[in-house]
Design a protein around this ligand. Structure first.
Ligand code: ARG
Length: 415
């Protein structure tokens, strides 16, 4: 069979080198199929009649990566009562709609960390097959929770047996090392890329406290060891200091939220090379918008207890040298608004360059895809965004991305 050469040339006015953290002027990206074949210098002779994409007036950056999304959720429907009303298919419908919004916002890769079994896996597969548009997805299953924990449905009558418990193997609720091990293995069986575990209580759940640990150190260790044995990374939702400490000591790869990390947590995270993924935009949305659609007082009060502290923790942890990757908890706020968080990352201690690195090269490292995404060099996917204004001068310009390419194909161009 003849090999049809599908080479295109992208002229980049300013190409952001996400590893070095600076622009290169006038580079030419040679793209073959979905990947970058080479990056050539200014004045590279492009063959006559070749396909050229002219971004020579633009700032060209690697496609952005969000390490904490819930594509199958809806931001205006937090109420757990919906679990009793909705069919499982709603998650898939949400996922199809939200995947497109996310890609259009310039996020060409996401790590999706919590969805009904196994909506994110199906979404990933269908996007990879080209059946529906969306970002590359590193998919988890349901977030694993203790009984009565952040991932359980609490404060209902004991007469109500949620459909989440069709039998004892619901992929989500697990108590004790043996159940945790079995649940991780069961998720791996259904082809998740990553495990998500709920190490502490949460804000948007009922009847629990973000500051309080839920899993024990030995349960977390079993989860991490089982995931790693299967070649999967594991992310832990942890707001409170003790749950963060136990997660790090258990060998978890990233701490999600990390809101109330203390100095010892920060020291341990550095020592173990554990990433913090801190969703520091959400506080705005939860306090300003969520009450309008009836978020109960219990959750609003819990948010007041962590929101601003989390931003201060972000500042301390970054200053201390903790590794950080961009993650927003997309789905808490409306899908596609992911880049609103950059403003706060800069306000609370990162330079714009560092914030973009957190959403490109460092995010790729955390999700284990450094060879594929996060930088625009030979061998990587041709996943990129282009902007008319310089995000290093004004980070907020990332909230409206006019040009998106994923795998060498233009998926959006409104320049
Ligand atoms: N899913 C998280 C929880 O319910 C959201 C926390 C959002 N608040 C924040 N300040 N980051 O715990």
């Amino acid at each position: 069979q003849p090999i049809v050469e599908t080479v295109e040339y992208i002229k980049a006015g300013k190409l952001f080198d996400s590893v070095a953290g600076r622009y290169v002027d006038g580079a030419v990206l040679v793209v073959e199929g979905a990947r970058i074949r080479s990056v050539e210098g200014k004045g590279f002779p492009i063959p006559d009649g070749a396909k050229v994409i002219d971004l020579s007036d633009d700032y060209v950056l690697p496609g952005l990566i969000d390490c904490h999304t819930h594509l199958t959720a809806r931001a205006d429907k937090y109420d757990e009562i919906n679990a009793f009303r909705e069919t499982p298919f709603i998650a898939a419908i949400n996922g199809v709609v939200n995947a497109k919004k996310t890609l259009d916002a310039g996020f060409t890769t996401v790590r999706d960390v919590g969805s009904p079994p196994f909506a994110a896996v199906d979404l990933r597969n269908n996007i990879n097959e080209g059946y529906i548009p969306g970002p590359r997805i590193v998919a988890s299953g349901p977030a694993i929770s203790i009984t009565g924990g952040h991932g359980d449905l609490n404060n209902f009558s004991p007469e109500v047996r949620p459909m989440l418990y069709p039998n004892d193997r619901d992929f989500q609720i697990a108590d004790g090392e043996q159940q945790v091990q079995q649940t991780v293995r069961a998720q791996v069986k259904y082809n998740v890329d990553v495990i998500k575990i709920l190490a502490s209580g949460g804000v948007l759940s009922k009847g629990d406290q973000p500051g309080a640990p839920q899993y024990t150190l030995s349960e977390l260790k079993m989860a991490a060891d089982t995931a790693h044995q299967a070649g999967r990374k594991i992310a832990a939702h942890a707001h409170g200091a003790l749950s963060i400490k136990w997660s790090i000591l258990a060998g978890i790869d990233s701490i999600e939220h990390a809101s109330l990390a203390d100095d010892e947590d920060i020291r341990l995270a550095k020592e173990h090379g554990t990433y913090f993924v801190m969703d520091i935009y959400d506080d705005d949305y939860i306090l300003q918008e969520a009450p309008k659609f009836g978020l109960p007082k219990e959750q609003i009060e819990k948010e007041r207890g962590v929101g601003q502290k989390q931003r201060e923790t972000f500042r301390r942890a970054w200053k201390a040298g903790v590794k950080m990757a961009f993650g927003t908890d997309e789905g808490v706020y409306p899908h596609g608004d992911n880049a609103k968080q950059f403003h706060y990352m800069v306000q609370f201690g990162m330079t714009p360059t560092e914030a973009i690195q957190a959403a490109t090269v460092h995010a790729a490292d955390l999700i284990g895809r450094s060879d594929d995404v996060g930088q625009l060099t030979a061998g990587h996917y041709a996943d990129l965004i282009a902007l008319k204004a310089d995000p290093l001068q004004k980070i907020e310009v990332l909230t409206s991305v006019p040009f998106v390419m994923k795998g060498g194909a233009v998926t959006k161009d409104t320049r």
